[in-house]
Design a protein around this ligand. Structure first.
Ligand SMILES: [Zn+2]
Length: 497
């Protein structure tokens, strides 16, 4: 009996030894191995040499009062601790609004929803503690209590109270926090927009700091979209028109090097340096840097996971970008449109003499892109056709594959009051369909291998003069590429030339 068993075991072992393929490491390890190969680690000294130049222009003076809008607890000090100190030193009023309480932290799987809410309260304490180190009182900080990792869903698909979002972490469809700005704030986009309007009135800022539209974190770009929507509505009503500065927190491996380097510079992320964002550096004094470093250390719950990343933001400067509002220019030279618009099966659209505006989007490096050539968005182009139609072209890096859909998200500012609701249209499978809202009658689309063009009748959208627009690429309903949301002013056009 004994010998039989051991014989089988020996045979098994020899089989294992002869096995031609080693067993695969678990998924997490594979990703780490991929990252090591794709992005070899450089020594810190080499990393320091690898950083790009600072923007030529310096942010000389800051205007108060100031409002900082932060998606999560810690963004407020990572991005603006230096600016906040500067405002304080000048005697400006400073308000800070936290959109979520950072309760969706993914590194710690919560089996218990109560624990998620506890973490939210703990992170609120950390924010107050960190800001008090910068001389900001508790009354100047407000917590909106929206769902962490849910802001993009509120923006895209859960806009009205009829379609509330449920946070997978807290299980709540309205704020479970007793100290939310609006008690039991419902988890929908319209409620967040209304809260932001209230925050803007409360702070009545001369300067607003908020996330950049190309920040990769979906709560961050969604925060940018929400605030842009609300500020545009207030501007149109003539209520306020503050100075706007955006900041970046999440952009791949930026900032380099990781760790405490208080005298190193913080240049723009390489992928964003070449965009139309006007970057400015705010130089910090050694005392301001030191105070910022210690304010970051007050976010204790986060240090455990990403201390080196967080303290990388305490540098010799802070970085702010002004994102221009796009206007149609009649004089723009579009001679290169022949390259862009290669005709094939469909009729080449008349990307022609009309006034136009464009913005480009950086290509993202990712695991998916290496395995399979997933596409990405290169640029968006806007025309105002002679027939009074809004034309939007989405230009891609590669051919659009049949299984991929292009999604266009529009918010049209026409004559109506209130915040424009989302209109999301998908182009794929040979048709134009609505993902949210309704496709306006008379809308048409055409495609060529590397671009898609949609034309919308202006009157059906309420004859908007300004549109907030973004685009995504989806496969099986999952977004794998995205272009920033930008405001496009269609009224500037010199109609036809
Ligand atoms: Zn954040």
């Amino acid at each position: 009996m004994w010998s039989e068993c051991s014989e089988i075991e020996v045979r098994r072992q020899s089989l294992r030894r002869r096995s031609p393929l080693p067993s695969l490491p678990p998924h997490g390890k594979l990703v780490t191995m991929y990252r090591r190969i794709r992005f070899p680690r450089r020594s810190r000294r080499r990393q320091l040499h690898a950083v790009g130049p600072l923007p030529a222009e310096v942010l000389q003076e800051v205007e108060g009062p100031a409002l900082v809008v932060a998606p999560h607890n810690d963004d407020e000090v990572l991005a603006t601790a230096g600016a906040l100190q500067r405002h304080r030193a000048l005697g400006h009023r400073v308000c800070v609004a936290l959109l979520t309480n950072g309760d969706g932290q993914y590194r710690r799987p919560f089996s218990n929803r109560r624990l998620a809410v506890q973490l939210g309260y703990r992170r609120q304490e950390e924010t107050l503690h960190a800001l008090s180190h910068l001389g900001i009182d508790d009354e100047e900080v407000t917590f909106l209590g929206y769902p962490d990792r849910g802001l993009s869903a509120l923006w895209n698909t859960h806009w009205t109270a009829e379609r509330l979002y449920r946070s997978p972490r807290t299980g709540a469809t309205s704020s479970p926090y007793g100290n939310s700005r609006t008690p039991h704030a419902p988890y929908c986009g319209a409620a967040l927009a209304a809260d932001l309007e209230d925050v803007l009135r409360w702070a009545s800022p001369a300067t607003v700091y908020f996330p950049h539209p190309n920040d990769l974190h979906y709560d961050h770009w969604a925060s940018h979209s929400f605030l842009t929507l609300v500020l545009e509505a207030l501007r149109r009503r003539g209520e306020m028109c503050p100075e706007l500065w955006t900041y970046v927190v999440h952009r791949g491996r930026w900032p380099l090097p990781r760790g405490k380097f208080l005298s190193a510079v913080l240049p723009p992320p390489p992928a964003l340096a070449g965009l139309d964002t006007n970057w400015r550096a705010l130089p910090l004094t050694p005392e301001e840097r030191e105070r910022k470093f210690h304010a970051i250390l007050r976010h204790k719950s986060q240090l455990r996971y990403m201390r080196r990343y967080l303290v990388s933001f305490a540098r010799s400067n802070e970085l702010f970008g002004r994102v221009p509002r796009l206007g149609l220019h009649a004089s723009l030279n579009i001679a290169d449109s022949a390259d862009r618009w290669v005709p094939d099966e469909s009729e080449p659209p008349s990307a022609d003499e009309e006034p136009m505006a464009s913005y480009t989007d950086p290509r993202r490096r990712s695991l998916l892109r290496d395995i399979k050539r997933y596409n990405d968005i290169r640029a968006l182009h806007f025309h105002n056709t002679a027939a009074g139609r809004l034309a939007i072209e989405i230009e891609l890096f590669d051919r659009l594959r049949p299984a991929n859909h292009v999604l266009i998200h529009l918010r049209s500012f026409g004559g109506g009051v209130g915040f424009p609701a989302p209109l999301r249209m998908a182009i794929g499978g040979g048709q134009l369909s609505a993902a949210s809202g309704e496709v306006p009658p008379g809308a048409t689309f055409s495609r060529v291998p590397r671009a898609v063009r949609v034309e919308l009748p202006g009157e059906e959208l309420g004859s908007p003069d300004t549109v907030l627009v973004g685009a995504e690429l989806q496969r099986n309903g999952i977004t794998f590429a995205k272009a920033a949301y930008r405001l496009v002013d269609f009224s500037v056009s010199g109609s036809g030339g």
